[in-house]
Ligand binder design. Structure first.
Ligand SMILES: NC(=O)c1ccc[n+]([C@@H]2O[C@H](COP(=O)([O-])OP(=O)(O)OC[C@H]3O[C@@H](n4cnc5c(N)ncnc54)[C@H](OP(=O)(O)O)[C@@H]3O)[C@@H](O)[C@H]2O)c1
Length: 362
């Protein structure tokens, strides 16, 4: 399948890079957003068309999707978008890529799934986290036995208002389990404590690592037969954990009321520590196996453009017919070797150490 790629939210922090990269792949594009002026500015830069579309308006969304081979959604917040754009894309007989969206969105699409899913693919979580955070550790699950896998993702980047609302709504067992690990085939609640002021390979300075067994990591552990998995969200300072704690303690107000405080806390991190983001996955061999520990490490100056690149790669794979019909997560639908080969030479990636690199085996 080749043809027009529609990028909804193409003028946003994630969408801009998705648009640039899809254009560099030589794919014809349609850029959409509520503001025609903003969408048009991005579209002109790559010689594409722009359309005014509000994803919560059925008619304009239907018009936007019509004629597309693939629709890429980079508009949020994801937990309000859910399966809305996916359904419109599939109704137009297009494939679908979402830079965000996890189990909740997938489950929503699973209730009365569109019949076109028998012919088309819908891929969710095609960003950095979720996305690369689930894909990169798969390089360590290449048949080499793993006794324990530790994954650390985070750093210091600005957070958009849409992402802030998403992050605030990411609560409850469908999203993940705070302070939990995966062990011997099940989630073990309250089994881990935050690591305060620690040094971690690939992270700048001392950081705070907060255990959060995300749904993406739980699925990775369950599918990969990993004995133990610990997953941490990494913060450069206490600014963000404190802002999240304040927001979550407030039952009175909607999450939107606290988005500004989250955005401001992330901006303070960047002021104090610059802009940087890391994914580190560290696999220990089973005890007594004599095998070496292995790791994969990726560093980027900013997680948002890199999320746009992952969404663009996913859309290109869909357009090329490389993803089978049905509903997928990007971390499972993409080939980690092919993606890392592409990321290795990309200016958005400041460091990539793969398991076979000497420096990645410690
Ligand atoms: N997986 C990951 O690692 C990852 C990383 C970062 C972000 N994300 C997710 O990606 C999504 C976008 O984040 P972002 O930071 O790029 O947001 P952003 O900078 O605010 O951009 C959002 C874009 O969507 C458009 N938009 C917003 N509401 C819309 C609506 N109702 N209808 C049509 N277009 C709309 C906006 O343009 P107009 O204002 O002109 O409509 C804008 O172009 C969020 O869901 C976020 O959580 C995922």
């Amino acid at each position: 399948m080749t043809g027009l790629i529609g990028v909804l939210g193409g003028a946003g922090a994630v969408g801009r890079t998705a648009v640039e990269r899809l254009a560099s792949f030589g794919l014809p594009l349609r850029i959409g957003g509520r503001s025609l002026v903003r969408a048009d500015e991005v579209a002109r830069a790559v010689g594409a068309d722009a359309t005014a579309v509000d994803l919560f308006d059925d008619d304009s969304l239907t018009r936007f999707c019509s004629g597309c081979a693939v629709v890429v959604n980079c508009a949020g917040p994801s937990y309000q978008v859910l399966d809305r754009v996916a359904r419109a894309a599939l109704a137009a007989d297009a494939g679908y890529v979402d830079a965000a969206g996890d189990l909740v969105a997938v489950e929503a699409l699973g209730h009365a799934p569109p019949s076109s899913l028998a012919r088309r693919a819908a891929v969710f979580s095609a960003g950095l986290m979720p996305g690369l955070s689930g894909l990169l550790p798969r390089l360590l699950l290449d048949g080499t036995p793993v006794g324990r896998l530790d994954v650390y993702v985070g750093g210091s980047v600005e957070i958009s208002e849409a992402s802030a609302v998403d992050a605030l709504l990411t609560r409850g067992p469908k999203f993940g389990h705070a302070l939990a690990m995966w062990q011997a085939g099940r989630v073990v609640e309250h089994s881990l404590a935050p690591l305060r002021s620690v040094s971690l390979p690939g992270f700048r300075g001392r950081v705070h690592a907060v255990p959060f067994l995300s749904t993406e990591m739980r699925m990775l552990a369950a599918g990969g037969g990993i004995g133990e998995l610990r997953n941490y969200t990494v913060y450069a300072t206490e600014n963000l954990p404190a802002a999240f704690a304040t927001a979550w303690a407030d039952d009175e107000q909607p999450p939107e009321a606290h988005a500004g405080a989250i955005v401001a806390a992330a901006a303070r991190d960047v002021e104090e520590h610059g802009r940087h983001y890391t994914v580190l996955a560290y696999a220990r061999p089973p005890a007594g196996s004599g095998l070496p520990a292995r790791r994969v490490l990726l560093r980027t100056p900013d997680s948002y453009p890199l999320s746009g690149l992952v969404a663009a790669i996913t859309a290109r794979e869909l357009a090329a017919g490389a993803v089978p019909p049905g509903v997928h997560y990007a971390s499972e639908a993409l080939d980690p070797r092919r993606v890392t080969a592409e990321l290795a030479g990309d200016p958005l990636v400041s460091e990539l150490a793969l398991p076979e690199d000497a420096a990645a085996t410690r």
